[in-house]
Design a protein around this ligand. Structure first.
Ligand SMILES: *Cc1c(COP(=O)(O)O)cnc(C)c1O
Length: 472
């Protein structure tokens, strides 16, 4: 048998509850068919996100009890700063309360109206902050990135030829190039160290700083070691250092990187650090806590150290691969190769009979919740903004993301998820579409509410109960 083996054991557990299907049907309707709006008490396996939901280690918990809660000059801050200097090797560490807070501050300092930021792929909050300052993204992903099924080991790579062209086309308008490690919105797909090196060389040649969003770097480090021949014998710390040395500005969400909560910016440019330092107390908190409790500073410090341990960072990608392999065997459309972050169902192939304007991914996410109590996340058209002319902007990819918070689930949880997804796949023609009930202007996926276009959810429940599944 082939299966991933956990290199940890549970010492603190949280009891789960699987509510009966009629209660789940009611809950998703109250939530406007938006899984963000469900209460966690109604959820069995919470695969909404890996943000702030990764399991805490015993060493993190121990460190949290030693936290020095001081407004300024906290010991905990200096401990975290020292660890980050070991990992990212930058002179300055500027704390911010989470990833988007880093993006807010960096965009304020670096973006002018009309600026263009080349990137391998956008992230929702990053793009929103860049646009808020009058700039925009130029996405330079490789062609392979948009193929749902591929065996390209690094679908997250930036297209180097397109980047060369961008430097020509947008001369003087590029404040920095942004690489996102473990590209969130295209399925947690990594970029190669070789691709980072080529990008860094180009940036240096044009005198443009290179920025990395390192929120999902841990998975990317795992994939570099396991998929990039030249690095198979290097330690995770060596790989991380080699990457960091090529990047000018590194920021991260510690809700993911370091398995804690919080965030921060690491850089060596003294002038830029000075500009950022002025904004931190204004928006985040004093410069030695940045809106975080000292307990979180301690948790990030230990978490960042533990991220340099190959066993620790292997669990996520290996569990994801197990689930992807089983779904592929059953013919269910999923993004391949398996990436980090989570399993991504391809809702466009799953529900070809639902029109894209009727939110295929949101429809599938609501159906999966009803059938299993599993909460996934829509990553498709709902997460886009409308076109300037008011038309729906149909997303490049229409995915349901089942995030795999690290070290949280067991193989039997995954088997349950696989079983229910296969049942849905066999009954897919029963799943119908959704339409707006209440539509926010920005980041629509957070609060948007949708109605069903028919009574398809009731019919789905009827079939489920008729087939002798008990009401769970
Ligand atoms: C989660 C995430 C962010 C935002 O971080 P928050 O801590 O949720 O604000 C930014 N970039 C990427 C790639 C992410 O995955």
């Amino acid at each position: 048998m082939e299966f991933p083996l956990e290199m940890h054991k549970a010492s603190i557990i949280k009891k789960l509850e699987l509510k009966p299907i009629d209660e789940r049907l009611r809950a998703i309707k109250v939530a406007g068919n938006n899984t963000f709006m469900l209460s966690s008490r109604d959820v069995f396996l919470d695969m909404l996100t890996d943000s702030g939901t990764n399991a805490t280690s015993n060493r993190q918990l121990a460190a949290m009890l030693t936290a020095d809660e001081a407004y300024s000059g906290s010991e905990s801050f200096f401990r975290l700063e020292a660890v980050l200097q070991k990992v990212f090797r930058k002179k300055f560490f500027l704390p911010a309360h989470q990833g988007r807070a880093c993006e807010h501050i960096l965009s304020r300092v670096l973006i002018k109206p009309g600026d263009i930021v080349p990137t391998n792929y956008h992230f929702t909050t990053t793009r929103a902050h860049i646009r808020l300052q009058g700039g925009d993204f130029l996405e330079l992903f490789i062609d392979e990135a948009m193929k749902i099924n591929s065996n390209h080991p690094f679908k997250g790579n930036i297209d180097i030829d397109k980047l060369k062209q961008a430097f020509k086309d947008h001369k003087g308008k590029i404040p920095f190039v942004r690489l996102e490690a473990g590209t969130n919105l295209i399925g947690g797909q990594p970029l190669s160290l070789e691709n980072i090196r080529q990008t860094a060389e180009l940036c240096r040649g044009h005198g443009v700083p290179l920025m990395m969003d390192a929120s999902l770097l841990q998975d990317n480090l795992y994939f570099i070691k396991t998929r990039e021949e030249a690095y198979k014998d290097k330690s995770i710390l060596e790989i991380c250092n080699e990457i960091a040395d090529m990047i000018d500005i590194i920021y991260f969400s510690a809700r993911k990187f370091g398995a804690a909560r919080g965030g921060g910016i690491c850089l060596s440019d003294e002038r830029l650090a000075g500009q950022i330092r002025e904004l931190i107390p204004l928006f985040e908190g004093f410069i030695t806590y940045g809106g975080m409790s000292s307990m979180e500073l301690e948790a990030i410090a230990v978490g960042a150290e533990e991220t340099m341990d190959f066993d620790n960072i292997s669990q996520g990608p290996r569990f994801i691969k197990f689930m992807v392999d089983e779904l592929v065997k059953a013919g269910v459309p999923v993004v391949t190769p398996a990436g980090g972050l989570g399993v991504h169902l391809d809702a466009r192939s799953f529900l070809p009979h639902v029109r894209p304007q009727e939110f295929q991914a949101a429809s599938l996410a609501s159906a999966l919740y009803i059938i299993s109590g599993i909460r996934g996340m829509e990553r498709g058209t709902m997460a886009e903004d409308r076109n300037p002319d008011g038309a729906e902007h149909i997303a490049n990819l229409e995915l349901v993301r089942l995030a795999m918070p690290r070290r949280v689930f067991t193989i039997s949880h995954l088997k349950f998820a696989i079983d229910r997804i296969i049942w849905l796949w066999q009954n897919k023609e029963l799943i119908g579409g959704l339409k707006w009930h209440s539509e926010p202007k920005m980041l629509r996926f957070f609060f948007g509410e949708l109605d069903t276009v028919s009574d398809w959810q009731e019919r789905l429940v009827e079939k489920f109960e008729k087939e002798g599944y008990n009401t769970l």
